[in-house]
Write a protein that binds this ligand. Sequence first.
Ligand code: NAI
Ligand code: MG
Length: 494
Amino acid sequence: MSEAIERPSGGAPPAWEYASAPESTDVVRLEDRYGLFIGGEFVEPKSGRWYPTISPSTEETLAEVAEADAADVARAVDAARDAAPAWQRLAPAERAKYVFRIARQLQERARELAVLESMNGGKPIKESRDLDVPLAAAHFFYYAGWADKLEYAFPGRGTPEPVGVAGQIIPWNFPLLMAAWKLAPALAAGNTAVLKPAETTPLTALLLAQVIQEAELPPGVVNVVTGAGETGAALVDASVDKIAFTGSTEVGKAIRRATAGSGKRLSLELGGKAANIVFEDAPLDQAVEGVINGIFFNQGHVCCAGSRLLVQEPVFDVLLAKLKDRLQTLRVGDPLDKNTDVGAINSKAQLDKIEELVESGVDEGAEIYQPECELPERGFWFRPTLFTGVVQSHRIAREEIFGPVLSILTFRTPDEAIEKANNTPYGLSAGVWTEKGSRILHMAQRLRAGVVWANTFNRFDPTSPFGGYKESGFGREGGLHGLEPYLSFDGNHR
Ligand code: NAI
Ligand code: MG
C-alpha cells in the first residue's frame, strides 16, 4: 500500500516557498512594569519583588511583573472577600451585564490580545487569533447567559448560591483562555475571584485585568496576582472557599494534600497522555490532519494532546508515510508570522524537559524521525518529532512530554486498542478514527477518558464539559458542569 505515495524521484516533497507575513506588534502597548491587580487597581507588591517576563521566541524582556508574596495574596483575597456580599446581592441580570461587557471587550481588543499572547507565550498567531481569543470571549458570552437562569440550570437541587471567593491557578499553555475558563463561570455564579496566571505568561491576564477595570466591574470582584509556584501555594493556603487548578499532576497532588480537611472545594485539571486511535477503515487523509493537529497544535503544549498514536497494523505503513510527508510541510518559526504552524517552546525549562524525554526515547530503542527545517538562532525551539518502534514501557509512551513529539504504537484488534489506550495513569482525552458509527460508540464507552473525539481532535466549545479521570484530575469545566463547582445548593457545600 505504501508504494502508492512513493515518489518516482524518491526525494523529499517539493518545498513550498512562503514569503514571511508577520503580524505587526504596533497594536500592543506594553508598560515597563505591571503591578498586582487588587481591589480594582494596579498596586505595587508589598514583597517589593519584580521579575522580567520574556518572549520565548526572541528571549527579549517584554516587561517586569510583580512577584506576590503571601501578604500580597492575603490582600487580594481580602479584596475579593470584601467585594463578595454586594456582588452576590446584585440582581443576576445586572451581574450578567458585566460578564457580557467583558466578552464584548475581548472581541473589541481581539487583535491586541492575540498578538500579546503570541509574544509572551510563543504560540502561532493563527492559533491565538483563531482559537484562544475567540474561544475566551465565547466562554464569557456563554456563562453570562446563565447568570440570571441559575435556578433553572439545576432543577430539583434547591436554590443555588455562590460558593464565595475562588482562588484560581492557571498554566502557561492557554493563558487567556484558561483565565476565561476559570473566571467566566465563577463570576456568572456570583463568586469573586483571585486569579494567578503562570509565571512565564502573565501579560494577557494583566491585559484582561485592564479590560475588567474598563468594564467597571465592582473593585475586588476580580483580582490578579502574579508570581510563580510560591505565590500559587500561598493562594492555596489563603482563606478562599474554592481552589480551581490547571497544571501538572505533581502540583495537583500537592494542592490536594494542602486542601484536604480544610473544607475548601477543589477542582483539578491535570496532565494527559491521550491515545489517538486510527482503525484500518478510517478516512486516512482526514486522520493524518487530525493526528498532526492532535499533537503539533500549540507545540504540543496541550493537556489533551493526542500524544500516543495507536495505528491498526494493516494501515501502519501507509499512515506513517503520509505523516512523514505532512511533517515536512509544517512551518516552524516566528510565532507572529501568519504562515507559522509550530511556534516557540514556552520556556527554557519546558524545552529541557522535552529534550530529556526525547533522549530517553532514543536511548530506550525507539526510532526517531524529524523533518529537515531551519530553526531561528535565538529563542526556544524543537522540531516536530515522530517516534516509531515505541513499546508501552518506554518513558515516551508513559510520561507527558508536553511538546511536539508523537509516540506511535500499533494494535491488531479493538480490544487491544482499548487495553493500550487505557494503560496510563491519565484519562483526559482520546480520539477514534473509523468509518463505523457502531465502533465509535463501542470505543467511547470503553475508553477511560473525559473527552472522546471521533474523526476529529482538539475541538472545544464553551457548552461542552471538559475534564479527566484518574491522574488527569476531577471536576469539569465548560457547560453546565462547569457552573456547578461554583455553586452550592441550600447551604449544602458538597
Ligand atoms: P506547574 O503545575 O508547576 O504550573 C502550573 C501553575 O501552577 C502555574 O501557575 C504555577 O505557578 C503554579 N504552581 C506551581 N507550583 C505550585 C504550588 N506548589 N502550589 C500552587 N501553584 C503552583 O507546571 P509546570 O512546572 O509549568 O510544567 C510542568 C509540566 O506540567 C509540563 O511539562 C506539563 O507536562 C504539565 N502541565 C500540564 C498542564 C495542563 O494543562 N494540564 C499545564 C502546564 C503544565
Ligand atoms: Mg512546576
